[in-house]
Design a binder for this molecule. Structure first.
Ligand SMILES: [Zn+2]
Length: 424
């Protein structure tokens, strides 16, 4: 058993304090105990006090109420006993459902060039992954890159037996040649090529398939998005093939037209979905199709001093931002499986630290802290398919991938700015 493997630091833009986080590896431990003054347990994040978690064979074997003073000596003297400090609350580690590990988040210019190999990209991708690790984030879903560096890193980490954030990888994105996405994959010119790409990706071990249905949103003209190059029949066939290969299918859709196509074709999650309609959200709720609205890339542009120089542009960005914010509450009312993803790596969106910023935007949009925490833990785990692997919820039979923070995030999400304990 490894105890307090190493100390790492997490820096948040909004809180420029470097502090230490205790990292404790439990996945390979045969027996361990965590005692926490408070925990957020189960799907409803129910608050329980004086909780003793018994870990056996890398899973939570039980969660019991035992006051600190009543803990038996055989537990308090056990080498795998971790009592958390006064005022600490233990909860599932957060998950970011939409990131681009190969992009730097600075200018967006540092993209994989066609001649750049996966090997050359690997150090950068690893550095970005480490930013999630330093923030105590439990998992990320990587939207892929041309050289499949995200998938390579996932393999490498497994070979090294490294711990830290789990990567759910799309490998490369599938799109029609000539359309948006040249930094995410090679592009396909026929349906045969698309099927071959999907089969090649599945054989390479990707977890999900990603289809690009539209371009990105224009900040120069409200509502302008490059039209989708897909017909419904083509898209249906691709989604069917992805499902046959055992892949969940995520769709990059940045217009109401693209969202409509994605819905009709039966994808599993809709990414971005700017200009999504109330009607579409209702259908997504009824059919349990997830939505990852990625607000922060737009919020960053709305705050950008450069866009201030051009009032027209700024007005368009602000409008897209406000409309997306207004749809969050509606999505929850309609029963949509609402995830949290940052699009980290996009211009101005930093790896790791942006997840809390995205959650704070959900708060500003009127969602309760409980709903936001559920979205970033249990809902994100199910969107990523990690619930099957025991992640996203603190309860018996699940993996102890947990964080401990001072203060209660149900009262103020800012408590998540500083993670004191990271169990994995
Ligand atoms: Zn993206």
């Amino acid at each position: 058993m490894t105890k307090l493997l190493q100390e790492s630091s997490c820096r948040y833009k909004t809180l420029p304090v470097i502090d230490t986080m205790k990292r404790i590896e439990l996945s390979s431990s045969t027996e361990a105990y965590i005692w926490a003054p408070r925990v957020l347990a189960g799907a409803q994040l129910e608050e329980q006090t004086a909780a003793l978690l018994t870990i056996k064979g890398g899973l939570i074997a039980s969660v019991a109420h035992v006051p600190r003073g009543e803990l038996p000596g055989r537990i308090t003297s056990h080498p795998g006993f971790y009592p958390l400090a006064e005022g600490t609350i233990l909860l599932p580690a957060l998950i970011d459902a939409h990131v681009h590990l190969s992009l730097d988040g600075e200018s967006g210019q540092e993209r994989s060039r066609p001649d750049e190999s996966g090997e050359a990209l690997l150090p950068r991708v690893r550095r970005h992954w480490e930013a999630y690790d330093a923030c105590g984030i439990g998992a990320v879903r990587d939207g892929g890159d041309r050289a499949m560096a995200g998938l390579r890193l996932r393999r490498l980490l497994a070979e090294e037996g490294a711990s830290g954030p789990w990567i759910v990888a799309a490998g490369q994105a599938i799109y029609k040649q000539g359309g948006y996405g040249s930094f995410l994959g090679p592009g396909c010119s026929s349906m045969e090529e698309i099927f071959a790409s999907l089969q090649r990706l599945a054989a390479a071990g990707v977890d999900q398939g990603k289809i690009l249905l539209s371009g990105i949103v224009s900040f120069e003209e409200y509502g302008r998005v490059e039209r989708s190059r897909w017909t419904l029949e083509e898209l249906k066939a691709v989604v069917r093939e992805g499902h046959r290969l055992g892949l969940r299918m995520m769709a990059h859709a940045s217009s109401a037209e693209a969202v409509e196509l994605a819905l009709r074709a039966g994808v599993d999650s809709i990414e971005h979905g700017y200009f999504i309609t109330g009607e579409q959200l209702r259908e997504m709720g009824a059919r349990r199709i997830a939505w990852i609205p990625t607000i922060i890339p737009v919020a960053v542009q709305a705050r950008n001093p450069l866009s201030r120089c051009r009032p027209g542009r700024r007005a368009i960005i602000s409008r897209i931002y406000r409309e997306q914010m207004a749809k969050l509450s509606l999505a929850l009312q309609e029963g949509v499986s609402l995830g949290v993803g940052t699009d980290a790596g996009a211009p101005g969106v930093r790896h790791g630290e942006s997840l809390l910023e995205e959650m704070l935007l959900y708060r500003r949009a009127g969602l309760t802290n409980r709903a936001i925490l559920q979205a970033a833990t249990a809902t994100n785990a199910s969107i990523l398919g990690l619930d099957r692997h025991g992640m996203g919820t603190l309860k018996t039979g699940r993996k102890p991938r947990l964080i401990g923070v001072a203060g209660n995030p149900l009262a103020a999400l800012e408590a998540l700015k500083k993670v004191d304990y990271y169990f994995y």
